[in-house]
Write a protein that binds this ligand. Structure first.
Ligand SMILES: Nc1ncnc2c1ncn2[C@@H]1O[C@H](COP(=O)(O)OP(=O)(O)OP(=O)(O)O)[C@@H](O)[C@H]1O
Ligand SMILES: [Mg+2]
Length: 277
């Protein structure tokens, strides 16, 4: 039994069916990526998993329990945690107050203090700025704060919606290194990304979404040899892949597990620097 099981889930807005019956699993310890172009329905999927949008049909199961009819607060309490698109930091609150929003509803104050300290150790920039307003943070620091806030909600499954958006290549590297670390510490991750190369470098499996449906699914190795993925999401046809094949994260023998690929993902520049003529 997988940790998260999504079965034929459909959701939408008004008359618009943005999510048209998708099925996906995330196993304990897995990083699973959902890829796709703007408007494909990736954020809608995460919202429906969290219960921010009601399911029109289909089911969401966590640890075998059907949570489809449970509200968002109940799903968060069970450990489904979302780091949303655009971070959603409250600019007028301090860094620490923002962090504590993730702990809303928790009563174990003693354990919480230790976890906050652990987050400050992980993110020294946040520790230095703990009393400052969220508005002073850089984009990268805001992303770290949003992840720290998510961690304080005690996730069994951490979902992230385009966490690399707007970050410099160096910060994207730091972010993906962090995700690999969190996963190695045992946290399963469902990652929505438009940075296909980086996402495939750390994911064990990936799904490609178009117009509310999954059109491809597989391990990074399997997807790497699929022309549709290469053409649409990896910046061009076979020549680009051939040029970079030997150094590509996708070509690594350890792609099933993501082991060994992470290091490459973390040191490589953005796709634009690596492909092209
Ligand atoms: N609040 C909303 N009301 C109406 N339609 C919406 C709403 N949010 C999203 N949509 C529509 O649903 C579809 C899927 O949107 P969604 O935000 O899930 O895409 P996405 O894959 O996350 O895109 P992006 O990569 O740009 O974030 C799009 O056609 C979008 O216009
Ligand atoms: Mg989105």
């Amino acid at each position: 039994m997988a940790l998260l099981e999504i079965e034929q889930l459909a959701a939408g807005y008004g008359r618009h069916d943005a999510l048209k019956g998708v099925s996906l699993t995330v196993g304990e310890g897995e990083v699973v990526a959902v890829l796709g172009a703007n408007g494909a329905g990736k954020s809608t999927l995460l919202k429906a998993v969290l219960g921010l949008l009601p399911a029109r049909s289909g089911r969401v199961l966590l640890g075998g329990d059907d949570v489809t009819c449970i509200g968002t607060a109940g799903r968060v309490a069970r450990g489904i945690v979302l780091v949303p698109e655009g971070r959603r930091i409250v600019m007028g609150l301090s860094v620490e107050e923002n962090l504590l929003m993730g702990a809303w509803g928790r009563r174990d104050r003693g354990a919480l203090r230790a976890e906050i300290d652990a987050i400050y150790q992980r993110f020294p920039n946040l520790a230095e700025r703990r009393r400052m307003r969220g508005s002073v943070l850089s984009g990268g620091e805001q992303q770290m704060l949003a992840i720290g806030r998510g961690l304080l909600a005690k996730p069994r499954l951490l979902m992230l919606d385009e966490p690399s958006l707007g970050l410099s290549p160096r910060l994207v590297g730091e972010l993906f290194r962090l995700l690999v670390d969190l996963n190695r510490e045992g946290l399963p991750i469902l990652l929505v990304e438009q940075n296909t190369r980086k996402a495939l470098a750390i994911a064990r499996r990936a799904y490609v979404m178009e117009l509310g449906r999954f059109v491809l699914e597989g391990s990074p190795d399997e997807l790497a040899v699929d022309d549709r993925l290469r053409d649409a999401y990896l910046g061009g046809g076979g020549s680009a892949m051939a040029t970079h094949g030997s150094e590509s994260a996708l070509a690594g023998a350890g792609a099933h597990t993501g082991q060994g690929l992470a290091a490459q993902a973390l040191t490589n520049g953005p796709p634009g620097e690596r492909s092209g003529p």
